[in-house]
Design a protein around this ligand. Sequence first.
Ligand code: ADP
Ligand code: MG
Length: 396
Amino acid sequence: VIAFTDRATATADQPGVVEGRRPSPRRPHVGIVGGGQLARMTAQAAVPLGIEVTVLDPDPAAPASGAGARVRVGDPARLEHLVALARSVDVVTFDHELVPIDHVRALEEQGFVVAPGAGVAELAFDKSVARRRLAEAGFPVPRAVVATSPAEVVAAGARLGWPVVVKAVRGGYDGRGVAMVAGPTEARTAAELLGPEVVVEEHVDFDGELAVMVARSRSGQIVCYPPVTTVQADGMCAEVVAPAAVSPRTEADARELAAGLADAFGLVGVMAVELFAVGERLVVNEVATRPHNTAHLTIEAAETSQFAQHLRAVLDWPLGATALRAPAAAMCNVVGPADGSDPADRLARALEVPGAHVHLYGKAARPGRKLGHVTALGATPEAALATARAAAARLS
Ligand SMILES: Nc1ncnc2c1ncn2[C@@H]1O[C@H](COP(=O)(O)OP(=O)(O)O)[C@@H](O)[C@H]1O
Ligand SMILES: [Mg+2]
């Protein structure tokens, strides 16, 4: 059943119902698996380019629906729902990693255009595959061991040397799925919580964390954004500053590393590469083969936003310029406060801050949930950060 409606009326048990305007058959049509804030901002970027967007999401009122995306109500974990999406669009891409990688492979085998393809997406969908394939390809990664029982996690910790970091192989995000582990007792708890299959890796005593956004089109054009400095709180990205506070050599190394990864694994779309900086040495923490929190500031701060870039890449159009439009920029996330209140109720106060670009995702407020972000440009990283922090503080 395909019922194009202009109201959110479908429910999760009515897969196939599509909420939204009937798509124009003459326009390029991008299907996004998941309708969260990344799909919402991608849909916003699709408007000036005249691209049709349909998302697959169990929730007919998913954040992307607020930005004009049509919602095909369904379950991203079910192949038949993915196939239904793929049939109705020119290319399938992703808002999150909660899709069985075998389903992505199956879509490709059935001849659908999927970007990124399973060969590169599995680096982001599965931390164990990522560690192994990156190491095999010669990219610098932390020493890591895959473990499948509490006893194996303890043994891995002893082998690598405490403390270690234990990570769920699949389904983790925003630090949920990552545990810092000091010794055997904590190791057992982490194994029970995050297992059975986990990655155990050396704790990297980094000087800082960086991220590089890289885009590669189907025809092989590659562009990199300036590396940014990222600060995580409780494993979740809290603040981002561009350009990164690193030496020109580290900056060049970071770009080369990201471009090398995109090339080596045949990326199509955008990919965020999270890096640990240890002195002048870079270690790859993880990759995300989709738009990413660490590049939200590109909406205002770069010639081409990561979302527009992702659309260009998956549709195999020429990629856009990545240079910053200001000497510096900063982004602060807006996270649901502990008292359960909704930052959206304080929007007017945040809008009083000159130069702050506020983004709210239209999500229900819950403590610890990412609900929005604020970006500011500035003459210096400090100035940009001060503006973004002032508005984010008023919201939270
Ligand atoms: N091996 C490590 N050594 C030190 N810190 C780490 C390590 N792995 C992860 N972290 C910290 O935990 C954060 C979240 O880990 P990450 O693997 O990126 O998980 P997620 O998928 O939730 O983003 C990182 O940004 C970093 O701050
Ligand atoms: Mg991460």
